[in-house]
Ligand binder design. Structure first.
Ligand code: FE2
Length: 322
């Protein structure tokens, strides 16, 4: 069975093609390209509409199949930006109705967890999912997906991007912050905001922005301190979730998880507690259609069906409600 998955929760329009054997046949990513930072929802939707046909064509070509070979179509039903979600949902409904094939609406965050399990050796991991808008510690436990910890305000990626814009790094700022952070090693104290397994980044962002404006600190020192503080919080929360669930595997997901320093800290934490840390290849870490296609197949196998006429987008859909 072949599933075509459509991802459109935020800046990336992605089309993935997956086989029920677990083989990923194609994963075409079309991210919004901007150097300004900050996404305007209507503009993102325009971008997705523009690239939609090309992305589908490219994915089918890459997979070496025609649209007639597709047996199932899945899409990110939420959470995400309403404007952007609508484009993917409309494309999926149209394919489902025209081709008379089943439609499956899936939860984007769980997509990150399941593609990670498919592509790494992780079997029952705790997922540390860190992206622009999302920061969650997620695991399948006691028969359902549960959120063990999450950000109480903004996502870690958004914090990095806003600070990056403030110091003139452009968008996305994460990779540039990582480079600057590697150059200098003077730690500047920042608020460390973790409550149980939940984290908060708003206060750190305000504090570091004020420090930058005083002109007393270098970009390198601030970038280094920001990474060390924010990532320590994430690793601490993830470790608590692992201790609580007794799980011995940590899986990383989301664009921010491509940060090498975060990966290093996760590996160190896992090593210390006799656990293992897994990182999928970058094209499957970031938002992508392959994870939506794969989750579509898993949900189909479990009997889920989404009716086209009853498939509203769910911008605030929580992973623990999926
Ligand atoms: Fe994501």
């Amino acid at each position: 069975m072949i599933c075509l998955g459509i991802e459109s929760t935020a800046h990336t329009f992605g089309i993935g093609v997956a086989e029920s054997s677990g083989k990923i046949l194609a994963n075409v990513l079309k991210p919004v390209v901007t150097d300004k930072g900050g996404l305007i929802p209507a503009k993102v939707a325009e971008h997705h509409i523009e690239v939609c046909d090309t992305a589908i064509r490219e994915a089918l070509e890459k997979a070496g199949i025609s649209i007639n070979d597709v047996n199932l179509v899945s899409f990110s039903q939420g959470p995400g930006m309403g404007h952007a979600l609508r484009v993917g949902a409309m494309a999926a409904r149209a394919i489902s109705v025209m081709r008379k094939i089943p439609l499956i609406g899936v939860n984007h965050c769980i997509g990150h967890l399941e593609i990670g399990k498919l592509l790494t050796k992780a079997k029952e991991p705790v997922l540390l999912y860190v992206s622009g808008a999302n920061t969650q510690i997620l695991a399948f436990e006691g028969g359902k997906y549960r959120i063990f910890g999450e950000t109480l305000d903004i996502g870690a990626g958004n914090m990095l991007d806003v600070f990056g814009r403030e110091i003139g790094l452009g968008f996305p700022a994460g990779p540039k912050i990582m480079e600057l952070a590697a150059k200098d090693r003077n730690y500047v104290e920042l608020p460390y905001a973790i409550k149980g397994m939940d984290v908060s980044f708003g206060g750190i962002l305000t504090n570091i922005t004020e420090k930058w404006k005083t002109g007393k600190y270098s970009r390198e020192d601030l970038c280094y301190s920001l990474q060390e503080t924010a990532f320590s919080m994430l690793v601490e929360a993830a470790e608590r979730a692992m201790a609580h669930t007794g799980k011995k595997e940590l899986l990383l997901g989301g664009g921010v998880a491509s940060n090498l320093r975060l990966q290093e800290m996760c590996r160190a934490m896992c090593r210390q507690r006799g656990a293992e840390s897994f990182v999928p290849e970058r094209q499957f870490l970031v938002d992508n259609g392959a994870m939506i296609a794969w989750l579509g197949l898993l949900e189909y196998r479990k009997g889920k069906r989404t009716k086209a006429e009853k498939s509203p987008i769910m911008p605030y859909w929580r992973s623990d409600d999926a």
